[in-house]
Design a protein. Structure first.
Lengths: 369, 398
């Protein structure tokens, strides 16, 4: 029932922090995102394989470590703090969907490969023209039956859609909304990387035109609802870490930057904004701890707790990233400084997997309003 | 069963027999005096006789000599009950622990046992009309006499002064040195004829505090708590205990500006389906539950022996900001109903009016931001142009 980190979580966080500092510090991230790849495959292979993050929350019987959501959250905070590009969130969400569905064959086939980092998997749910992350009535359709199913339609903002080996696609089938498995490449499958605002996070627009797919057994609506909770946990975790990185960076600057004969942090115009940034982070951090606790101990409370955490963290991070630029003054607006990467990451992260209105509506629904 | 479990079970059994169950729906006690004083004293005495007063205080001063684990166990059990111990909260939470830490052996033996037994009530006298956020610029004076000190001046925002036997007061004993250095803390007899207590009516129309006037009030030389000239340090010790006292607060009454109350208010007006109101209620829930979780994190860290430092100030700031935000939402939900002043809206309207008080009492939001910035984040202190200037050369508010 505890909200404070376990020794295992502290040690995992420390390991990831050291790995990020040594293998993928921000100057390295700059190089990677300046190139053609959405992430550094070597870094991903280390994160997924050696450090075991891809299979952290996958049960042991499917080749994972069977760890808790709180453990995964502790690791994601560190990756978020370093803006480390990787397909981890996409893989975690897909694995979560497979575990929530009822398709043992797909689990046996896919989960061990996701767990070892050998397979990049991504959920494809959002559609053009629909502001909701998960459309209630998808326009993408599935036709045919058995081994003859094909998909037609378009999915947008698909996390790591261009790098994914398999896609988990929400579509309207003959028996209502279902989830379908598409292997990439495939006939009639077109994937175009989005030139999004945040270069540290790859997303894609994916078009299906008679693309072969396999229907996955199980309650797709319930599974996607669970995926929305997992997305809220994962993004809130990354954002909490990034927010703390912004707070730390700006606090340090306010101690060493002098103006009018004092460190700028001595002035209330700066000090009070940093205090507010601290409070935003502290509340987001506490809400996230409560949400991961609910995920691991009281699943019936996860929906509200995860949406509540996201409702605070995403806009809070945006404010923190913006103030990081502003409090750094001129240098904070240069390309050379890292502040703009956090700002862009916060802008995209605030609308990814459901924007603020979506999250507030979702939370209100979970609260019975 | 461990000794803690036994202690907890004994506390539970005693509370069930002697205290009323907690009534979440009961109104706020805005005056702090709805329970007769004699009943409070009787209850405190019974609590002490049963071994539940001064749980962590040493036995030689009337305490139980137990550890923090017992105290937490008792507080957790007590949260389910109404304990009419309000008049003793200040004494047990602030002057008491300060005397325990800084007082002389004689002071501890004289004052701590009657406080625990419910025989004597204490108040704390810090703020002045001219010294709020900047308490160290206080102007109440204590001048030496042949046998002790003579106190003159005015204090304000004093809870419980009207029924207190003693007060812990800080006064200026040397105006020729810098403001923090010329202050001394004293024990003052509140029954002295030179002490005048007047109720202080606040924006809600209630009088939860007092103004206290001191006209040639004599105190003996052994009334000094700590050392002469070291009163600011003693005040810091006491304020640290204040934050612990506030932070330890048991279960909250149902808050008229809380999510449950405002959701109900919206439902009653058919606004719970209004998209804008619905979203703001969701944000209210998110902020309220995060603040609760933050409090639990600090509590768990304290229990685990970690230092929470000045993070209590962040919680206080967040709570005050949330109350003001919720008061705005409540007004928008009530709309024109606010003008009607219906009896069933009295609690929420009073809470709206009272909300700014939380952003001022116990240190304004601006002071909390300074504390968070300097003591949590480690930023440079305010330039503090008056820090090294002798007090008698400072510009002051009167």
């Amino acid at each position: 029932m505890s909200l404070i980190f376990t020794d295992d979580q502290k040690s995992l966080a420390e390991t990831i922090r050291r790995f990020v500092a040594q293998r993928t510090p921000l100057p390295k991230v700059r190089e990677v995102i300046g190139g053609d790849l959405a992430y550094d495959p070597e870094v991903w292979s280390r994160l997924a394989g050696d450090l075991g993050l891809a299979g952290l929350t996958i049960p042991e019987e499917y080749g994972g470590a069977g760890a808790t959501q709180a453990d995964l959250s502790a690791a994601l905070r560190e990756l978020g703090a370093g803006l480390v590009p990787s397909p981890l969130v996409a893989c975690v969400l897909t694995a979560g969907a497979l575990l929530a569905l009822d398709d043992e064959e797909a689990r046996r086939d896919l989960l061990p490969r996701i767990a070892e980092g050998g397979l990049v998997a991504a959920p494809a749910v959002s559609e053009p023209g629909d502001r909701r992350w998960i459309p209630a009535e998808p326009v993408t359709t599935a036709t045919g039956s058995g081994d003859e199913v094909t998909l037609s339609g378009t999915k947008v903002a698909v996390l790591n859609g261009a790098e994914a080996d398999v896609l988990l696609v929400q579509a309207r089938g003959p028996h209502g909304t279902g989830l379908y498995l598409v292997r990439s490449p495939a006939d009639g499958l077109t994937v175009r990387r989005d030139p999004g605002v945040d270069p540290t996070r790859g997303s894609a627009t994916v078009t299906f035109d008679g693309t072969p797919a396999r229907h996955l057994a199980g309650d797709a609506v319930a599974a996607l609802d669970h995926v929305a909770d997992l997305a809220n946990l994962a993004l809130a975790s990354e954002q909490c870490g990034a927010m703390l990185a912004c707070l730390t960076m700006t606090t340090e600057y306010a101690k060493v930057r002098y103006a009018f004969g004092q460190p700028i942090g001595a002035y209330q115009g700066v000090k009070h904004r940093l205090a507010d940034m601290y409070v935003l982070w502290a509340l987001s951090d506490a809400a996230l701890r409560e949400a991961t606790r609910a995920a691991d101990e009281e699943p019936e409370k996860l929906g509200a707790a995860a949406a509540a955490a996201r409702t605070l963290t995403s806009p809070g991070y945006l404010t923190a990233a913006k103030d990081t630029m502003l409090l750094h003054g001129g240098i904070g607006f240069t390309w050379e400084h890292d502040a703009h990467f956090y700002y862009k990451n916060a802008i995209a992260g605030n609308v990814l997997a459901g924007d603020a209105d979506y999250q507030q509506d979702r939370l209100a629904g979970k609260l019975g309003l | 069963m461990t000794s803690i479990d036994e202690f907890r079970a004994r506390a539970r059994a005693w509370l069930e027999q002697h205290a009323k169950p907690f009534d979440e729906a009961a109104g706020f006690d805005l005056e702090g005096g709805s329970v007769p004083l004699e009943e409070s004293k009787r209850f405190q005495k019974a609590l002490w006789e049963a071994g539940f007063a001064g749980i962590t205080w040493p036995k030689e001063y009337g305490g139980q000599g137990l550890g923090a684990a017992e105290l937490i166990a008792f507080n957790e059990e007590a949260a389910d009950f109404e304990l009419p111990t309000g008049p003793f909260t200040i004494g047990l939470g602030m002057p008491g622990p300060t005397i325990l830490e800084l007082g002389t052996e004689e002071q501890k033996r004289r004052y701590l046992p009657p406080l625990l037994r419910g025989d004597e009530i204490w108040c704390q006298l810090f703020s002045e009309p001219g010294a709020g956020s900047d308490v160290a610029s206080l102007q109440t004076t204590a001048t030496r006499t042949e046998t002790g000190w003579l106190i003159n001046g005015q204090k304000v925002w004093t809870s419980g002064a009207q029924f207190s036997d003693f007060g812990a007061i800080i006064a200026r004993t040397d105006p020729t040195v810098a403001k923090h250095r010329g202050i001394t803390m004293f024990i003052v007899d509140m029954r002295h004829p030179g002490v005048t207590v007047r109720p202080l009516v606040v924006a809600t129309g209630h009088a939860p505090f007092n103004e206290v006037f001191f006209d040639d009030v004599e105190v003996p030389a052994d009334a000094v708590i700590g050392e002469v000239g070291e009163g600011w340090g003693a005040a810091v010790v006491m304020l640290r205990n204040e934050r612990v006292t506030i932070g330890a607060g048991g279960r909250a009454r149902s808050n008229p500006l809380g999510f449950d109350s405002l959701a109900e208010l919206a439902r009653a007006r058919g606004l719970d389906t209004d998209p804008a109101v619905r979203r703001r209620l969701a944000v209210l829930y998110a902020r309220e539950s995060a603040l609760g979780a933050y409090g639990r994190v600090l509590h768990e860290e304290t229990t685990a022996g970690l230092q929470i430092g000045a993070r209590g100030s962040a919680a206080k700031l967040a709570g005050a900001e949330l109350a003001l935000w919720a008061a705005d939402l409540a007004q928008d939900i009530l709309g024109a109903d606010l003008a009607l002043g219906a009896a069933d809206l009295e609690r929420v309207v009073m809470a709206i009016v009272a909300a700014p008080g939380g952003a001022v009492a116990g240190g304004t939001n601006e002071i909390q931001r300074n504390i968070v910035g300097e003591r949590v984040l480690g930023l440079a202190k305010d330039p503090g142009v008056d820090r090294n200037t002798p007090f008698d050369q400072l510009k002051l508010s009167r």
